[in-house]
Design a protein around this ligand. Structure first.
Ligand SMILES: *[C@@H]1O[C@H](CO)[C@@H](O)[C@H](O)[C@H]1NC(C)=O
Ligand SMILES: *[C@@H]1O[C@H](CO)[C@@H](O)[C@H](O)[C@H]1NC(C)=O
Ligand SMILES: *[C@@H]1O[C@H](CO)[C@@H](O)[C@H](O)[C@H]1NC(C)=O
Length: 178
C-alpha cells in the first residue's frame, strides 16, 4: 500500500514535472513580458493586467507590457494592445530633462475594464520586475473610470514621481487628455 501510494505520488510528480516543462516557455514569456519601451508617438507600450477585465490596482504585481505593435525592439515577449483600447494619445519628448511621455484616452471596454475601477499606479516597484528599455525609471497611471492613462519614462528618476499615486494622471504628469 505504502509503495503504491509512493508510486502514485511519484507518477503525479512526474506528470507535474513534465507538464511544467511543457508549460515553461509560456510561463517564461509571461514573466519576461514585463519590459516596455517608448520609441515614438506610435510605437510604445503600457502595462496592463494580464487578464481581460483585470482590476488595475489588484494586478499591480503581475501586470505585463502591451504594445501598439508586435515585436517592438526593446519589449521582448510583450503583448499587443487590444484594437481600439488606446482612443487617443499625445507624445512628449523632453530632451533637456531626458524623458518621454504619452498621455491620452482609453476605451476601457476593449479590455473589459470596469467603469468602477478608480485605477492605480505602476512603476519599477510594481509590477515586480518591470522595466522600460533605455530608461532608469517609469511611472504609469491608468484610470478606467475616467478612461485616461499616462506614462512617463525617465533617465533621471526624479522626473518620474512615484509618490503621488492617488493624485491621478493630470496632477502627476500633466499633459493632454483630449
Ligand atoms: C522640459 O522640462 C522642463 C522642466 O520641467 C521645462 O522647462 C521644459 O519646457 C520642458 N521641455 C519640453 C520640450 O517640454
Ligand atoms: C536629476 O534631476 C534632479 C532634479 O531636477 C537634479 O537635481 C539632478 O541633478 C538630476 N540628475 C541627473 C543625473 O541629471
Ligand atoms: C513627492 O516627492 C517630491 C520630491 O521629493 C516632493 O516634492 C513632493 O512633495 C512629494 N509629494 C507627496 C504627495 O508626497
Amino acid at each position: 500500500m505504502k509503495t503504491s501510494i509512493s508510486l502514485a505520488i511519484a507518477s503525479i510528480a512526474t506528470l507535474l514535472l513534465s507538464s511544467s516543462v511543457h508549460a515553461a516557455p509560456i510561463d517564461a514569456s509571461a514573466a519576461s513580458g514585463q519590459t516596455g519601451v517608448i520609441l515614438s508617438a506610435t510605437d510604445y507600450c503600457i502595462f496592463l493586467p494580464p487578464k481581460y477585465g483585470g482590476d488595475i490596482a489588484e494586478s499591480e504585481d503581475v501586470a505585463v507590457a502591451f504594445c501598439t505593435k508586435a515585436n517592438l525592439a526593446g519589449a521582448p515577449n510583450a503583448r499587443v494592445l487590444p484594437t481600439g483600447f488606446i482612443a487617443s494619445s499625445h507624445y512628449i519628448e523632453n530632451t533637456s530633462k531626458g524623458y518621454v511621455q504619452i498621455t491620452g484616452r482609453i476605451d476601457r471596454s476593449k479590455y473589459g475594464l470596469s467603469k468602477d475601477d478608480g485605477g492605480g499606479q505602476y512603476d519599477l516597484r510594481a509590477p515586480v520586475g518591470s522595466k522600460m528599455t533605455g530608461y532608469n525609471a517609469f511611472v504609469q497611471l491608468t484610470e478606467p473610470d475616467a478612461e485616461i492613462f499616462c506614462i512617463r519614462a525617465c533617465k533621471n528618476k526624479s522626473d518620474c514621481p512615484v509618490n503621488k499615486s492617488t493624485y491621478g494622471c493630470e496632477k502627476v504628469l500633466g499633459g493632454d487628455y483630449s
